[in-house]
Write a protein that binds this ligand. Structure first.
Ligand SMILES: [Fe+2]
Ligand SMILES: [Fe+2]
Length: 449
């Protein structure tokens, strides 16, 4: 039987498109042969098309991103419903117009039009794409993950978060950290940088963010707010990290801030979570940066962005405001490296402290959560610096150095920093996940007190 254009257009997904096309007309023999070959070709798919669990990311009040790995050129999908039985789902596919960003390794699907502070159920999937006739593309059946769930951000949600940092592809530490975050049952986790070491190949980034060994489903139900660390800029693949980890929706920022793709300011319950990027740990003129870095300009661009976030009603009205950045904004030691000199590397980031510190103070941000130093500490607020700073630990597991230089160090353990509002105050618990003990507890009054 001949396969006609009318048959094709009247089937399935092409039905909508048919309305804008002219009625079918007779085909030339060569064209008829192409249509027949397309119809007869099997839609090819590897036995196992999906190659990772879904990783929820870039959470917002009305949108959510999900990325996952595949084993062949595919289009990705997410079916999303407001019930665990997945009745009447909405379907989303690889982000982008006029064509979705199909890919041979990473699917990135943006779920939009969601309600704030609402639980949804979803499954991710992919259809392999083959080309039986020239560039004509034929999708396979969709291979699906199991059903997972998430809650969108919003002022009405749980005032609860957790922070992970400096995992550096150490899978033993990564497993302890992510299992703790799952046990805490937080609605959102901040991943405060140095997920990477140096990533020359995209596959390294895929393994770090989408396929962490032993922790594959770490973000299938708890979305991550990823914040760059200095190591997340190192290596050619990290310059294209947005091909693995999605960036914030462009509609979240003004045209002036077009380049600030990872900065976030979201309301989670009574807490405003604000993400700032301290960039590399050496000045732009350092030879390691090869003459193409603009971190100093980038930090200043974020200063204007930061000022504006506090004009947003949902951020201005938040009883608690916590800023997250990778490199600390303060170090009490006079000899600490400020990141502005060519020697060694930054202990703290002076430019960010000078530019962002007063904005944070003026807007009564109670706490900065930083990372980078691989050792937990707390710098309480002072009259001249009204925000406290907590620095997370990890990934070293009770020692420092490596090889023959490895020595025991009880101050070196991975942490999960948990924030939770209860009893009219923000309680920060610093969990030592190596020894399964509490390393620290800090409390903060509301901003309007
Ligand atoms: Fe680090
Ligand atoms: Fe770092």
């Amino acid at each position: 039987m001949k396969f006609s254009r009318r048959d094709f257009l009247s089937s399935g997904a092409m039905l909508a498109a048919a309305g804008v096309l002219s009625p079918a007309v007779g085909m030339q023999p060569q064209e008829q042969a192409a249509w027949d070959a397309y119809a007869a070709a099997s839609a090819q798919k590897p036995d196992k098309l999906l190659d990772s669990e879904p990783v929820l990311q870039v959470p917002a009040e009305t949108s959510m991103g999900v990325a996952f790995a595949v084993n062949a050129l595919s289009n990705g999908f997410a079916d999303v419903a407001d019930n665990p039985g997945m009745k009447n789902p909405s379907r989303f596919f690889c982000e982008g117009v006029p064509q979705g960003k199909i890919d041979e390794r990473v699917m990135q699907v943006r779920i939009t039009g969601l309600k704030p502070n609402t639980r949804y159920w979803y499954r991710a999937g992919a259809a392999a794409l083959s080309h039986p006739v020239g560039y004509w593309t034929k999708p396979s059946e969709i291979e699906w993950t199991r059903v997972h769930s998430f809650a969108t951000c919003g002022a009405g949600g749980a005032s609860h978060f957790a922070v992970m940092n400096d995992t550096h592809a150490r899978w033993d530490a990564f497993k302890l950290v992510t299992e703790k975050i799952r046990a805490l049952g937080v609605p959102v986790a901040v991943w405060n940088g140095d997920a990477s070491n140096t990533s020359w190949k995209r596959e390294t980034a895929v393994e770090i963010f989408l396929k962490p060994q032993g922790s594959e489903a770490y973000a299938a139900d708890i979305p991550v707010l990823f914040n760059n660390g200095n190591h997340d800029f190192r290596g050619h693949a990290n310059m294209h990290l947005d091909s693995v980890m999605m960036t914030r929706l462009p509609t979240e920022r003004s045209a002036r801030d077009w380049a600030l793709t990872r900065n976030f300011a979201v309301r989670q319950g009574e807490i405003a979570l604000i993400g700032l990027d301290t960039g590399e740990d050496k000045p732009d003129r350092h030879p390691a940066n090869g003459g193409f870095s603009r971190f100093e300009r980038y930090r200043t661009m974020q200063t204007a962005w930061l000022e504006d976030q506090f004009k947003r009603p949902e951020i201005a009205s938040a009883p608690y405001a916590v800023a997250f950045c990778h490199i600390p904004l303060f170090d009490s030691r006079p000899e600490a490296n400020p990141g502005t000199i060519l020697e060694d590397w930054a202990d703290w980031q002076k430019q960010c402290a000078d530019e962002w510190g007063p904005v944070l103070g003026k807007n009564r941000v109670q706490l900065v959560v930083a990372a980078h130093k691989h050792c937990y500490r707390c710098d309480p607020a002072t009259p001249s610096r009204p925000w406290a700073q907590i620095v997370g630990g990890g990934p070293e597991m009770g020692s420092r150095g490596s090889g023959a230089n490895k020595i025991p160090d009880t101050t070196r353990f991975p942490t999960v920093i948990e924030g939770n509002v209860s009893g009219g105050q923000l309680e920060i618990l610093v969990h030592d996940v190596l020894h399964n003990t509490l390393a620290g507890r800090h409390v903060f009054k509301p901003r309007n007190c």
